[in-house]
Ligand binder design. Structure first.
Ligand SMILES: C[S@@+](CC[C@H](N)C(=O)[O-])C[C@H]1O[C@@H](n2cnc3c(N)ncnc32)[C@H](O)[C@@H]1O
Length: 372
């Protein structure tokens, strides 16, 4: 590798960040598509190589790989992540598009008093998190989407539904687990769902211009990647969960209630959650050992000379700044990798700090390239 990896983050426009299906659903700490995109350009891998993302989140790496004709395999323990990933990378056939349009055509028929056509799940503190009018509208959308059985159209509708649930709830924001009074007017959830689905239909259509690689997505813990053949991947490009920064299981909890997923199971598997490190006091070693297990798995799945590209941000733990480039350097070496390059930048410049103080000011993000 004679030249050095470089990405000019300031040169990426807001429109470029939201290109294709990348922005169909919000996702905490997703990276901009230009990061995996530029890494793929830089690595110059053979055509049809397999690209792995063991923490695929909303599928940014998978789509960037697929539009370049690479095959991609994504894994995430959170079913909301894998739902978004599948939808993001899947063009709809005409009959699937028609199934979606048939659901949208029924939205104006909503009758809040017609209990038989509402599917409202029972869950803890439901009325604390949802206004009565939003419960009924979401219950109607849920019944309509459930009438489409499996496949890409069902994924599409569930993704649009998921994108609206937090908005239509009392949850303050995607990354704040607190109820606030939003005073949603009647018709809000139905209108948001319709707007979202129409926008997604246009975006998914754009995928038809590409000869997409095959994308496989698995909902499971990445500490076991047995479903993939050893030596089959040319590169892994991933942004692992930041330590002690997020609780994906919590931010998606309302979505999981409505879509029928078990959030306890998801919470248990989640690496690096604030719940594990802050609330339950687990130390840095717990995080390091979990990531090490994944790094070992990835090492096995890569072909000789294959690359592991990691995008990670520094963390604050027990009031101390943890330099994650050092942590990942140690983990990767221990798993057998050789470090090729590290590119670091000021984290504050590109992400909003939740608790800005003098320590978060020193936080950096790192793009690290290792090789088997
Ligand atoms: C930083 S996010 C990835 C975001 C992704 N790059 C994107 O652009 O959307 C990290 C992901 O790791 C997932 N994760 C946490 N623990 C996991 C585990 N044990 N196995 C698989 N995925 C896990 C989280 O659910 C989260 O989606």
């Amino acid at each position: 590798m004679e030249e050095r990896y470089f990405i000019d983050l300031d040169a990426v426009t807001a429109q470029e960040k939201q290109t294709l299906t990348h922005n169909i659903h919000s996702y905490p700490a997703k990276f901009i598509p230009q990061i995996p995109g530029s890494l793929l350009e830089y690595l110059r891998l053979p055509a049809h190589s397999l690209i792995l993302d063991p923490f695929c989140g909303s599928g940014t790496t998978l789509l960037e790989a697929a539009v370049r004709g690479y095959d991609a395999a994504g894994v995430d323990s959170n079913p909301i992540a894998t739902l978004i990933s599948r939808t993001k990378c899947t063009p709809l056939r005409e009959e699937q598009r028609a199934q979606v349009e048939a659901v949208l055509s029924q939205l104006p028929l909503f009758d809040p008093s017609d209990e038989k056509r509402l599917s409202i799940p029972v869950f803890l503190n439901r009325d604390h998190w949802f206004q009565p009018n939003m419960l009924r509208e979401l219950g109607y959308i849920r019944a309509l989407t459930a009438s489409v059985a499996g496949g890409a159209a069902a994924d599409f509708l569930n993704t649009a539904f998921s994108a609206v649930i937090v908005k239509a709830s009392n949850q303050e924001s995607d990354t704040r687990w607190r109820a606030v009074n939003k005073n949603h007017p009647d018709g809000f959830a139905l209108a948001e769902f319709h707007k979202k689905a129409v926008d997604m239909l246009a975006r998914v259509r754009e995928l038809e211009k590409f000869s997409l690689g095959t994308v496989t997505v698995a909902t499971q813990d990445s500490r076991n990647l047995d479903f993939l053949r050893d030596g089959s991947a040319a590169a892994a490009i991933t942004s692992p969960p930041y330590m002690n920064s997020f609780d994906y299981y919590l931010y998606h909890k309302l979505r999981m209630y409505w879509l029928g997923y078990d959030h306890y199971e998801v919470q248990e598997k989640e690496i690096g959650s604030r719940n594990k490190h802050c609330d339950n006091g687990r130390g840095v070693e717990t995080y390091v050992e979990s990531i090490f297990e994944v790094a070992q798995q990835v090492y096995r799945k890569l072909a000789g000379g294959g690359y592991l590209c990691v995008v990670i941000g520094d963390s604050i733990f027990r009031d101390e700044l943890i330099s994650m480039d050092e942590v990942y350097r140690r983990i990767a070496r221990r798993a057998g990798f050789t470090e090729r390059e590290t590119f670091s930048f000021d984290q504050r410049k590109y992400t909003r700090a939740f608790t800005p103080n003098y320590k978060t000011a020193a936080k950096r993000s790192h793009i690290m390239i290792f090789q088997k």
